[in-house]
Design a protein around this ligand. Structure first.
Ligand SMILES: Cc1ncc(COP(=O)(O)O)c(C=O)c1O
Length: 389
């Protein structure tokens, strides 16, 4: 038997994922797939809550704060708040949404190391107690508005192989982190712990290994300087399935717990994680319509009714959403273009699909996180409508 081609394998993966996704929620999802107005992002609320519970169970002993930046849909926030989830927020708007959804202030943290002063003010006025820092300037800013706040320092850790690295903009070396914690203590704030982020969509366990080793060093050096830390926040990074399977939350939790046992003589009193993609990324499917087809310079183009400016921005950074079209027939290679006039608006190259026609529906899987939250109204095209089910 002939070996399947790259295109056949790719389409088979998308098809298997689609069928599996549909099978698990057929009664609720099937009626929407061909009736919802496109572009739309269908979010499975029950699926997201189940995923949260799965993560919570796997990470027993950790507090789990959902990173709202991944998807701030109010129905999603309400569903998570109802089961007692914590939330990680970065802005006044995110905080207001979480509070409106029933999130409890004592279960809200802010791990964005550089915050607007209005946000610190608002957050501390409603009872948010803990904020991340990674500079002296941030300590000064927090002190001016919330003089008794708890602060936790963001450590720079390798993001090797994570599909969406987050290491360049934030984070300090162990030495600098120590200085910032010391400074915070001198200024009357409570140096309370540390945080790191291994990079989003992290399938590389080595990143957690390096992060825990650096954390343990900081913990010990702080202790030697008389700074007693209480809390370790292991950030986000839990990956989800795209074309390929991802590490499961249980795999990461098992490994991380082992590392903590090995490198921390005494387990930190408080352990936290703040996953975003890992809760909602694989609970969304984007439903798009084919609005055009063309062949240029030997490439076949398909134009869809959303693009990188209104929901698919992560495609620019290399995220490849499994694309599925429910048709039979020989596979052809396509370039997927977005709806706008901009030539940057390119969703993916090298996508194998049976021949689509204008008006057909295309499904992009694992579009639950970092999609509609990124969307602009560029060229007058609105973000995909979020439909929960
Ligand atoms: C501070 C912080 N925490 C948590 C997250 C969530 O990360 P992920 O979606 O990879 O779980 C992010 C993502 O940007 C972040 O910046």
């Amino acid at each position: 038997m002939a070996r399947p081609s790259v295109g056949e394998l790719q389409f088979a993966k998308a098809k298997a994922y689609f069928k599996e996704f549909l099978e698990k929620r057929r009664e609720r999802l099937e009626p929407l797939l061909y009736t919802v107005e496109t572009p739309a992002l269908l979010i499975d609320l029950k699926g997201a809550v189940d995923k949260y519970e799965q993560v919570r169970k796997a990470f027993e002993g950790f507090k789990v704060f959902y990173a709202v930046k991944a998807n701030d849909d109010e129905r999603l926030l309400r569903a998570l708040a109802r089961v007692g989830a914590g939330f990680e927020v970065a802005s006044c708007e995110e905080l207001a949404r979480v509070l409106a959804a029933g999130g409890r202030p004592e279960l809200i943290i802010s791990s964005n190391p550089v915050k607007r002063p209005e946000f610190i003010d608002y957050a501390s006025s409603v009872g948010v107690e803990a904020f991340a820092v990674d500079s002296f300037a941030e300590v000064d800013k927090i002190r001016a508005v919330a003089p008794r706040a708890k602060v936790y320092v963001r450590l720079a850790v390798p993001n090797e192989g994570s599909e969406w690295p987050l290491s360049r903009k934030f984070g300090l070396s162990v030495e600098k982190a120590l200085e910032v914690l010391e400074y915070a203590g001198q200024k009357g704030l409570i140096p309370y712990g540390l945080t790191f982020h291994v990079g989003s969509q992290c399938n590389n366990l080595q990143n957690w290994f390096n992060a825990v080793k650096l954390s343990a060093r900081l913990w010990e050096e702080a202790r030697r300087k008389g700074i007693k830390l209480y809390m370790l926040n292991a950030g986000g990074g839990l990956p989800v399935r795209y074309y390929n399977e991802a590490l499961r939350p249980e795999d990461v939790a098992y490994y991380l717990k082992g590392l903590l046992r090995k490198y921390f003589p005494v387990t930190p009193s408080e352990l936290q994680i703040e996953p975003g993609r890992g809760i909602v990324g694989d609970q969304g499917v984007m439903v798009l319509s084919v609005i055009g087809k063309a062949e240029r310079e030997g490439e076949r183009w398909l134009y869809l009714d959303a693009g990188v400016f209104n929901g698919l921005a992560e495609a620019l950074g290399g995220i490849r959403y499994p694309a599925y079209l429910d048709k039979e027939g020989p596979l052809k290679e396509w370039v997927l273009g977005g709806v706008s006039c901009d030539s940057m608006d390119l969703i993916a190259k090298g996508v194998y699909l049976p021949e689509p026609e204008v008006g057909d529906r295309l499904f992009l899987l694992s579009t639950g996180a970092y999609t509609t939250v990124y969307a602009s109204r560029f060229n007058g095209f609105p973000p995909p409508k979020v439909v929960t089910f």
